[in-house]
Design a protein around this ligand. Structure first.
Ligand code: NAP
Ligand code: MG
Length: 474
């Protein structure tokens, strides 16, 4: 019997939540053309009112970034690097505050925002700070030049981390930015704006425009930007690709995924089960590279399923601010509807649904960890991105069949291979059409490692030396 845990809530007192927030343009907080609210998805409590940027506000932000570009790109590179180091250190100093705010606005467990999101965000700034004065040695020519003003649009699943993936390489290479966070998770980006002021970053180098899809559209279609960096859905990515056709804007797109997590019968089973759980239930499955399709070798199927179900019975779902929580809230009512719709399609198409016994809170947006077995490649839950805590289990007999099934998707962002035999894992990895392949681990990130997709998962790479190229005229 699992023992009872005492509640271990992280204090909200470290966060100074203001009733309303403005746009961050040219180093100042200003009003927008309207307002919207952001809620805590675990309770539906309104956290704050946030300014909505209309086209005129986006225009002001782009103009500020353009004015700042000349002096910023002319700074000696090591001076630019100092600002990035300073920002990285402030992110570390204020990490508890950022983690609590992220969990409040997004619904993710504090354990994850505290141990993954915020430390990694700081790590990306440290990493690109180091590159700032070494661009001539990046293999991109002796003197690569910045592009100008970058328009950046990010999703709600890793708000501050996605911001750092965008802003750190852009600034290190001498560009200035206008960034739009997602409508449901604007608060850590606005705290980051404050951090830019604390670091004395020159006004206009970073601008944050909050709003919904229309604000993002106004930004990416603005004629004054030189580069678009977008992370989000494949559908919106396609719209953006169409809208920039014929312009000189450079574009990188980080889109959806439907990763295969392949478990061979010689896999280290304890680690594999942890990896399956981490692959799909980390961040409630709101992960573009989530291991949402489990491919198990038939000879190991019974063992894997039995261990997996036992492990899922120990996951704790509930208050994201409780340090014991493993599974937090679904980010929005809209996302919950989508998860329910696709799961219902799984039932209707004949797959078998299983969830551990798990009480859901009365208020807020919640979905239990869910496993579908008897899934075929034709089922919607095997083809479409659920972006929630829903695992589809398929089986295979031979390595060749595993590869064929793994690659049978329009996406190609990530994959996992579990096997004790190095040659088998390497053979499999070399056949997988995916930007990242993890062996005997999953969902591991490092600023030095490039990340990005094949096929409909997008193009361009973020992270590592490769991530510099997206912001340089080479
Ligand atoms: P989304 O609807 O595409 O939204 C992403 C961002 O784009 C949000 O800031 C959104 O604003 C904005 N946006 C919406 N319509 C726009 C338009 N027409 N023009 C410009 N911007 C627009 O995606 P989502 O559903 O929020 O995010 C989940 C998706 O992101 C999943 O498919 C996931 O796989 C993908 N993702 C990919 C990666 C990666 O690195 N490859 C990482 C994380 C997530 P609002 O939110 O305010 O509507
Ligand atoms: Mg929110």
């Amino acid at each position: 019997m699992p023992f009872e845990y005492a509640p271990a809530p992280e204090s909200r007192a470290v966060v100074d939540l203001r009733p309303s927030y403005g746009l961050f343009v040219d180093g100042e907080f200003t009003a927008g053309s309207g307002t919207f609210t952001t809620v805590n998805p675990a309770t539906e409590e309104v956290l704050a009112e946030v300014a909505e940027a209309g086209p005129a506000d986006v225009d002001r932000a782009v103009a500020a970034a353009r004015r700042a570009f000349g002096p910023w790109s002319a700074l000696p590179a090591r001076e630019r690097g100092k600002y990035l180091f300073r920002i990285a250190r402030i992110l570390q100093e204020r990490s508890r505050e950022l983690a609590v705010l992220e969990s409040l606005d997004n619904g993710k467990p504090i354990r994850e925002s505290r141990d993954v999101d915020i430390p990694l965000a700081a790590a990306y700034f440290f990493y690109y700070a180091g590159w700032a004065d070494k661009l001539g040695y990046a293999g991109l020519g002796p003197d690569p030049r910045p592009l100008g003003v970058a328009g950046q649009v990010i999703p709600w699943n890793f708000p501050l981390l996605m911001l750092s993936w965008k802003i750190a390489p852009a600034l290190a290479t001498g560009n200035t930015v206008v960034l739009k966070p997602a409508e449901t998770t604007p608060l850590t980006a606005l705290l980051f704006a404050e951090i830019c002021r604390q670091a004395d970053l020159p006004p206009g180098v970073v601008n944050i425009v909050t709003g919904a899809g229309a604000t993002g559209q106004a930004l990416v279609s603005h004629p004054g930007i030189d580069k678009i960096a977008f992370t989000g859905s494949t559908e919106v990515g396609k719209q953006i690709a169409r809208s920039v056709a014929g312009t000189s804007k450079k574009v990188t797109l980080e889109l959806g995924g439907k990763a295969a997590n392949i478990v061979f019968d010689d896999a280290p089973m304890d680690q594999a089960v942890e990896g399956i759980v981490n692959g799909i239930f980390f961040n409630q499955g709101h992960v573009c590279c989530a291991g949402s399709r489990l491919l198990v070798q038939e000879s190991a199927y019974d063992e894997v399923l039995e261990r997996l179900k036992r492990r899922l019975g120990t996951l704790r779902l509930g208050d994201p601010l409780d340090k014991n929580t493993d599974v937090g809230a679904i980010n929005s009512a809209a996302q919950l509807d989508r998860i329910r719709e696709l799961s219902d399609a799984g039932d209707a198409e004949g797959a078998e649904r299983w969830s551990p016994p798990c009480a859901l809170p009365d208020r807020g947006f919640w979905f239990p960890p869910t496993v579908f077995t008897g899934v075929t490649q034709a089922h919607r839950i095997a083809r479409e991105e659920v972006f929630g805590p829903v695992l589809s289990v398929l089986t295979f007999r031979t390595p060749a069949e595993a590869v064929e099934k793994a690659n049978n998707t329009p996406y190609g962002l990530s994959a996992g291979v579990w096997s004790d035999k190095g040659s088998r894992a390497l053979w499999t990895a070399s056949k997988l059409r995916a930007g990242v392949v993890w062996q005997n681990t999953f969902n591991r990130f490092d600023p030095a490692s490039p990340f990005g997709g094949f096929k409909e998962s997008g193009y361009g790479r973020e992270g590592g030396r490769h991530g510099l190229e997206a912001y340089l005229d080479v």
